[in-house]
Write a protein that binds this ligand. Sequence first.
Ligand SMILES: [Zn+2]
Length: 67
Amino acid sequence: MTRFLVLFVLFFAFFYWLFRKIGGKKENKEVVDTIKCERCGVYAARSEAVVKGGRCYCSKECAERKG
Ligand SMILES: [Zn+2]
């Protein structure tokens, strides 16, 4: 019975590792969502972008700069 349980756990550990490996490959292929800064035109990751008044900026400095 113990031997069966060990095989059972190893079986699931293998598939867990396999799915993580496949998932990791998919993640690397994913293109990072980017925005273009309304102020300086630099492309920045959406997660790091600053949104102010419906416009996207690359940084807080650009969002607050006037002119
Ligand atoms: Zn900018």
